[in-house]
Design a protein around this ligand. Structure first.
Ligand SMILES: [Zn+2]
Length: 114
């Protein structure tokens, strides 16, 4: 049986490459519920972690009231409230995939002459 999940994850990986997107944006772009985005996303994170050429980037949530940044948060999902001021005005985290630095530098230097 062909798994449709595989296609969604492939498309998600493409959408995240060299970009920063929230799970809401991914849900819109992929036409699936945000809850499913979070499930697929954890698998995308795992496959990127095994890839030596790319890395997964998590741009942390911030509190819009006090500016608190959720740097230490391990979960991919949006926190419900700020631990510092208890505000619920918390931005959604954004995700992306980039080439690892060493490799992209090497590729850049090769591409310069054109
Ligand atoms: Zn706050």
């Amino acid at each position: 049986m062909l798994s449709p999940d595989r296609t969604v994850r492939q498309r998600m990986t493409d959408l995240l490459f060299d970009a920063r997107r929230s799970s809401y944006q991914l849900a819109q772009l992929l036409g699936i519920p945000e809850r499913q985005v979070e499930d697929h996303l954890s698998h995308v994170v795992q496959s990127v972690a095994r890839d030596r050429t790319r890395r997964f980037v998590l741009e942390p949530s911030t509190c819009t009231d006090c500016g608190y940044v959720f740097r230490d948060r391990k979960k991919l999902t949006k926190p419900s409230r700020c631990p510092s001021c208890r505000s619920e005005g918390v931005t959604a985290p954004r995700y992306g995939i980039e080439l690892r630095k060493a490799l992209s530098r090497r590729l850049d230097s090769r591409a310069v002459s054109g």
